[in-house]
Write a protein that binds this ligand. Structure first.
Ligand SMILES: [Ca+2]
Ligand SMILES: [Ca+2]
Ligand SMILES: [Ca+2]
Length: 380
């Protein structure tokens, strides 16, 4: 229900347009229900070829039922269905390493912008199974929940990143930007631990707008460039992130890393481009690799860029192949954002909130937050 604000006083054309644009964003629910579209024969063929080969499932956040809910589909775009419902905004879904649970962020009440992702008192973190069962609140007043192992998670409360057992217990503070001059009290977004648990990839917003890596042991910040949505590759030897350059105004870059620092220059952006779609729908965001590192999911628009309002569509690509072979998987004018992919058969979720291979208790870690867990990990 987009209702542009009325402009009551004379304003310049440009500021009137800006006011209208902002007003259009000030909706009761972002994205809107939109409408279903149909893939072309060529697009259908790509869905079958790429998605059939991947043979997994994708979870993402879509506004198509009127507010954002989590949806699941097969990687070939079939069997699209909602697994959460209700007037809250459900987004940032992340599969646990064993696929048994999906961690996600939910608004306390109704519509909340993604630009308020770090706002105090607006979000809680939940889990749900991939078939929409056992919905459980796991963290109060937090957002950007991600997995460390099947038993441990990281998440953000405003300017601080914490680590904790999924089942509860004591929070371990990993970094607080108000205590680190280089971080300048920035809002911390989408934190992700490296495979060895020594480094935290973080996107800064608010007072700073950049990506970088926090060394948990040395307590130092290494800036990795402008842009956002920085991730570690599952192997832990590279970062990848969204950069505000390329076709359509964004692309996904990647850089090799060692000891928490890039080992290659970022002076030639084309040489470090992971994906930049040809054609008009090339404003890429929300990149996420599968746990085996072979598949990349993301979403792209051809106009507009508001994360939670614009008509993003989900894409799947076999890493290393011709970008032109990437398959568009969704065909719906609503907002489709933050996909994650799971390859294989998800483990059955246990009723006590822990995964099938129960790791050591949450207190078995040192002050740097380095993991003592022996369980399987997915670092994407
Ligand atoms: Ca909802
Ligand atoms: Ca692009
Ligand atoms: Ca869409």
């Amino acid at each position: 229900m987009r209702q542009p604000m009325r402009v009551r006083r004379p304003v310049s054309t440009l500021s009137a347009l800006l006011t209208l644009a902002l007003g259009a964003c000030a909706t009761a629910g972002g994205g809107g229900t939109g409408s279903e579209q149909q893939p072309t024969a060529e697009e259908k063929q790509a869905m079958t070829a790429v998605g059939g080969k991947a043979n997994g499932i994708i979870v993402w956040s879509s506004s198509r039922l009127g507010n954002h809910d989590l949806f699941v589909m097969n990687t070939d775009g079939s069997n699209v269905h909602a697994i959460t419902k209700g007037e809250a905004v459900d987004w940032f879904p992340r599969f646990s390493p064993d696929g048994a649970r999906i961690l996600f962020t939910r608004s306390l009440k109704g519509w909340v912008y993604e630009r308020d992702a770090n706002a105090d008192g607006k979000w809680d973190i939940y889990t749900v199974t991939p078939d929409g069962k056992d919905e459980t609140k796991v963290v109060d007043n937090a957002s950007w929940g991600g997995w460390v192992s099947n038993e441990e998670i990281v998440y953000v409360r405003s300017t601080a990143v914490y680590r904790r057992a999924l089942s509860g217990g004591t929070e371990t503070l990993l970094v607080d930007s108000t205590k680190v001059p280089a971080l300048d009290s920035a809002l911390l977004q989408q934190p992700e631990l490296s495979k060895d648990g020594a480094y935290l990839a973080i996107t800064l917003r608010g007072s700073q707008r950049e990506t970088g890596v926090w060394d948990l042991g040395k307590r130092t910040w290494t800036r990795t460039g402008e842009g956002c949505q920085i991730n570690w590759t599952p192997a832990g030897d590279e970062i990848y992130w969204v950069h505000p350059t390329g076709n359509g105004g964004s692309r996904v870059l990647h850089l090799p890393m060692a000891n928490g620092k890039p080992t290659k220059s970022d002076s030639d952006l084309d040489a470090i481009t992971l994906i930049d779609l040809p054609g008009r729908r090339s404003h890429e965001y929300f990149p996420e690799l599968s746990a085996d590192g072979k598949w990349l999911v993301w979403a792209a628009t051809q106009r507009g860029h508001d994360h939670d309002i614009a008509d993003y569509e989900i894409y799947l690509w076999e890493v290393g192949t011709d970008p032109a072979t990437a398959a568009r998987l969704t065909f719906h004018s609503g907002n489709d954002r933050w996909p994650d992919i799971f390859i294989g058969t998800p483990a059955a979720a246990r009723a006590d909130g822990a995964g099938p291979d129960k790791g050591p208790p949450a207190d078995e870690k040192d002050a740097s937050g380095k993991p003592a867990a022996k369980g399987k990990k997915k670092h994407h």
